[in-house]
Design a protein around this ligand. Sequence first.
Ligand code: SF4
Length: 417
Amino acid sequence: MANLAKNSERKAKIPELLVPANNLNTLKYAVEYGADAVYVGGEKFNLRILGKNFTIEELEEAVEYAHSRNVKVYFTLNSFIFDQELDELSEYLEKIRYIKFDGIIVSDFGVFELLKEKFPDAKVHISTQANVTNHIGVKFWEKAGASRVNIAREVKFEDLKSIIENSSIEIEIFVHGALCISYSGRCMLSKYMTGRDANRGECAHSCRWKYYLMEEKRPNLFFQIEQDKRGTYIYNSRDLCLLPKLDLLVDIGIDSFKIEGRNKTENYVSVTTWVYREALNAIMKGNFTPQKISYLMNELDKISHRDFTLGFMFLDDWRELCENDGVRYIRKYRFVGVYHSFSKEHDGPVIKVKNNFKVGDILDILQPYAYPKKFILKKLFLYEDKSEISCANPNDLVIISGLGRVNPFSIFRVKDD
Ligand code: SF4
């Protein structure tokens, strides 16, 4: 009965939208575009140690910023730790002890135990790296004191339903982002081929590489494996996108929808947060129609991505996972800039340029809680000396003349030719 009650409570609510951030700037975009919670990492002990991460001071500032806007912050500590690192981890935990995180994400049993000792009141979330694939696994973590489990991406929808019906703690799933072709937390490909351990935040993405067939006695003779006319990418998984099934996932009572991508730009974070927030609003209002889904999928298409898949959860034939349109990202739009300030003189925003664009281009502008708008660029000025220019280059500050006021978190894109 307790489970049924829990499940009906879940059905009554819209899940939390949980968004990645790799620095303070991206975190602000996530918050402003509608995240309910963000997850961040420190400089060590998490799975994105090769990218930028938060210093202790930045973590403090991040929590202050997010909390002042009613957004939660989860701290990621999901690397697997060796004995010789335990003292260092212990010292690090002491240093961040005063920061009021809303949850701490772990995979390693030892880290879990250490946290219970150092932060007895902390809410501990179990990372997808722990590879929990059934409700008995969830119960195990519940008994140990966890408050949430991120279910492995390999779980099928029917099994996910059963997990939810038989679990009392919070259930989180990934709804969007890169997929591993290997079981979460079990991949040794990168470590084997490059020495870089995917389970300790150093993945070299060896699964995305191009492979040939070689017979052992003919070491320099490589046979092309022809998956299609472009070659092969048999391990190179498509990107997960569960947007078309989001209403089904709300119905079964998931507590948190997580977006992958802690190495991504403010463009990716803003667009994915905007799209999934819009989808959740539509579900809440009962108008998550096929037209709405198609509109939102077009918006997702404006960020670079691999072909999308419904992942292990909904596919009957898992071969689709690696049927990519080439090994590279699909990129239909260029992310050309972010808002910097406003020029009264030219009645338009000053933007910091990320990628080049020119007079005559149609700017596609995304703003929090508004539909994207288009603007044909007729006049462009350099901010520094106010000279008129025809082309903006990366790192320039330029004025978009005549656009009027836009939100300070606006993202500017241009369709690629
Ligand atoms: S090599 Fe590929 S499958 Fe393995 S962890 Fe890295 S991204 Fe995932």
